[in-house]
Design a protein around this ligand. Structure first.
Ligand code: GTR
Length: 407
């Protein structure tokens, strides 16, 4: 049995005091020195007062009306975009906990002895209030290994990762921190721990992935500067959000993430899931900031679109893996968002660090999707050439209609 206790590294302490704080006596999320910032105002009825923007909004345009014209300014704009997305769409993630601990629960051989599966529990809140399972599928040898952190406890791709020289790690925030529900708002451990937080489930799950990353940074067998955050479908949305917010993730790989993930709301394939549909109280309103559904029939009033979320990852590698027949996940909107976000990548000198891979078939999480992700990772993180293409277009007739371009 291993046990370790940790204090947040310095830069997280700084980020914590700078961020909107959710200081509660219940939790040790916030240090006592933090000045409590006012809770963000939910957009509420103000949706009607927001300007109509029919095109994909300009990611380089500050709210003040000024435009980014150098890379240093992009860092500032990035912070502004983050706050806009959290305020309107996902709700704010809590700061990193000041203290947390990891406990080994079990360890057994896996894949006929070629790997060890180590089950850990991370205690990220006061009094075990926020425990989360983390499973490490550890190849034989000392490492350190690059790793894929999968949101969701799915070990079925351990062999694929292993064969490609990557360690697989899974975490389960959708079970342990905020249980996934459809059409039911429940107060899961995260909401109970922080009743004044406005985070929806996707933000909680992304926060959980960052806590798993805290832990991976302490493992000597992990190359913590080469961790890819990945997830499928709803967990793809969470993985994208985690990678957008937490720059410790070296690469971000949403699979079939669709609406609320890597697909634009304003550009749709026929049959694609809409904002109104995903935020319906009968479906997944609880994944988002509670007022986000008010944009259901006013998508043109959204101050942003999902290319802004993708742009937060820049210039780190980002690959969206999609499927031709997965219309519900809005492949046309995905293409539009990636192509629009590429302007930010290009601005930062990394135009080919963002890609789309589209395979035949439907909404699944296949070995083939993992191989594509790991080919991209080998290329972008380790300089290994690949013959695979990552510039697929689902709709070759799609032409962007926005009138902004590189500063
Ligand atoms: C669907 C939802 C999608 C996607 C999917 C999944 O019902 O509409 O946005 O997240 O679930 O996670 O399997």
């Amino acid at each position: 049995m291993q046990e370790s206790n940790h204090r947040a590294p310095k830069d997280f302490a700084a980020a914590r005091s700078a961020s909107l704080t959710f200081c509660l006596s219940l939790l040790v999320f916030c240090g006592s020195g933090d000045a409590a910032a006012p809770a963000p105002e939910p957009p509420g009825d103000a949706v009607e007062k927001l300007p109509e923007i029919s095109q994909l909004p300009d990611p380089f345009l500050f709210t003040s009306g000024r435009r980014v014209d150098n890379r240093k300014q992009w860092r500032k704009r990035r912070e502004e975009i983050k706050e806009i997305l959290l305020r309107y769409e996902y709700g704010h993630t809590a700061p990193a906990p000041e203290k947390w601990s990891a406990r080994e629960v079990s360890s057994k051989t896996w894949l006929g002895g070629r790997m060890t599966l180590v089950a850990m529990t991370l205690d990220t809140g006061a009094g075990n209030s926020l425990d989360m399972a983390v499973h490490v599928y550890r190849p034989a040898g000392d490492g350190p290994f690059p790793a894929v952190l999968n949101i969701g406890d799915d070990g079925s791709k351990a062999a694929v990762a292993f064969a490609r020289g990557y360690m697989l790690v899974t975490c389960s925030p959708e079970v342990d921190l905020d249980p996934d529900t459809e059409g039911r708002e429940i107060a899961g451990p995260a909401q109970l721990a922080c009743p004044t937080c406005d985070w929806g489930s996707l933000a909680v799950w992304a926060w959980g992935a960052s806590r798993a990353m805290d832990y991976l940074q302490t493992r000597r067998d992990v190359q913590s500067d080469h961790v890819i955050v990945r997830g499928h479908s709803r967990m793809g949305k969470a993985a994208l959000l985690a990678g957008a917010l937490d720059e410790r993730f070296a690469m971000v790989a949403p699979n079939g993430s669709g609406t609320g993930g890597a697909s634009a709301y304003r550009v749709r394939s026929s049959g694609a899931e809409t904002l109104a549909s995903i935020t319906s109280p009968k479906r997944f309103a609880s994944w988002f900031q509670r007022d986000f559904g008010r944009f259901g029939d006013r998508v043109d009033r959204l101050p942003f679109d999902q290319h802004w979320l993708l742009a937060l990852v820049a210039p780190r590698p980002l690959l969206s893996t999609e499927a031709e027949q997965d219309r519900w996940a809005n492949p046309r909107g995905n293409q539009a968002a990636v192509e629009a976000a590429r302007h930010v990548y290009r601005f930062l000198g990394a135009a080919d660090h963002i890609g789309i891979r589209i395979r035949p078939g439907g909404h699944e999480n296949l070995d083939e999707d993992w191989h594509a992700t790991l080919d991209f990772a080998d290329w972008k993180l380790f300089g290994v050439a690949t013959r695979r293409r990552f510039d697929h277009r689902w709709d070759t007739n799609y032409t962007p209609t926005y009138d902004w371009s590189l500063p």
